[in-house]
Design a protein around this ligand. Structure first.
Ligand code: AKB
Length: 317
């Protein structure tokens, strides 16, 4: 990776990934791609070049790729699972029509492409425990359908045109910097905000619902390491399971309560979020990622909780 374009650089993952890539590859080598209405600000704007890169406009992306001699594209434009259910056509337009445009530009300009998939690419028929790398994927949400299609289309461009497409299936991502918007796993971020603000948390996900989660530094590490990996070792290319922790609401509540003894939580289960969560794995098997590109996470629930609380207290109090 010499010159990198991050599409969706002001979003939940994109804003942090852009900063980390700039620290690693040099500010001038990482272009913060954005859409009108979501312009980069502060260090994201000042730390390197920024350009409009709207996935619904292939010409824009091609222009940016040419101007900055881009060889790697991180395509992070997507709607999260709950929002996608209320705007299915838009979810498809951004997630799949947009991906097609990005892949076409990549094919013409010989770029490598990372487009994340998610635990949302699985469904009720998938084995929920130790979910294998290669297994049944029959999701019933538009988010899940678009994520499976993302994996398949990315593989197609790799096999048919030789485009170096690589990706992981992200768990729910937890961060203290940019808040997520409209995801099923967002409760695991919101709960920390309530704890630090001294508020009782209303949990929209039922007790006992296990889902894979990951602290943002590990998610960024996965996104970078897979693109830097030796291609000759890869058996899979798109949709690597990556795991670091799996918990239910009660377990994360107890982990926080050990540091905030006054903290309280009550359940107010949201039927849509719950039905999506019920269709996702309890815990993925990520042995292929460990074997093929040495994936290994740094954080578990306890170390993440300590870091989240420390950083949120510094920001909010
Ligand atoms: C969501 O909940 O929609 C995302 C995801 C796990 O894909 N965080």
């Amino acid at each position: 990776m010499k010159n990198i374009l991050v599409i969706g650089s002001t979003g939940q993952i994109g804003s942090e990934l852009t900063r980390v890539l700039r620290a690693r590859y040099g500010g001038s080598h990482v272009v913060a791609g954005y859409i009108v209405g979501a312009e980069p600000k502060g260090d994201l704007l000042e730390g390197g070049p920024a350009a409009i890169a709207d996935v619904t406009d292939g010409q824009h992306i091609a222009d940016v790729v040419r101007e900055y001699k881009i060889d790697t594209i991180y395509n992070l434009a997507a709607l999260l699972s709950v929002v996608a259910e209320s705007r299915p056509r838009l979810a498809w337009k951004i997630g799949i029509d947009g991906l097609w445009k990005v892949l076409e530009v990549a094919r013409e300009h010989q770029c490598a492409v990372f487009t994340p998939s998610s635990i949302g690419s699985f469904g009720l028929d998938t084995p929920h425990d130790n979910t294998p790398q290669d297994t049944i994927q029959r999701p019933r949400t538009i988010y899940g359908i678009s994520k499976v299609t993302t994996e398949l289309l990315s593989d197609y461009y790799h096999l048919k045109y030789g485009v170096d497409t690589r990706s992981v299936r992200f768990p729910g991502i937890i961060s203290y910097m940019t808040p997520p918007g409209g995801g099923t796993t967002d409760y695991a971020v919101d709960i920390y905000y309530s704890a630090v603000r001294g508020q009782k948390f209303q949990c929209p996900i039922a007790k006992g619902t296990l889902m894979d989660m990951m602290y943002m530094p590990d998610a960024l590490k996965a996104a970078i390491h897979i693109m830097e990996a030796d291609g000759s070792r890869l058996v899979h290319h798109n949709g690597f399971n990556v795991a670091s922790m799996s918990f239910d609401p009660e377990t994360i509540f107890q982990a926080i309560k050990r540091h905030c003894p006054e903290f309280e939580m009550e359940y107010q289960v949201d039927p849509l979020r719950q039905s999506i969560a019920d269709s996702w794995p309890n815990k993925m098997d990520d042995s292929c990622a460990r074997r093929e590109w040495d994936w290994s996470p740094d954080y578990d629930l306890e170390s993440m909780t300590v870091d989240m609380l420390k950083n949120l207290r510094a920001r909010l109090l």
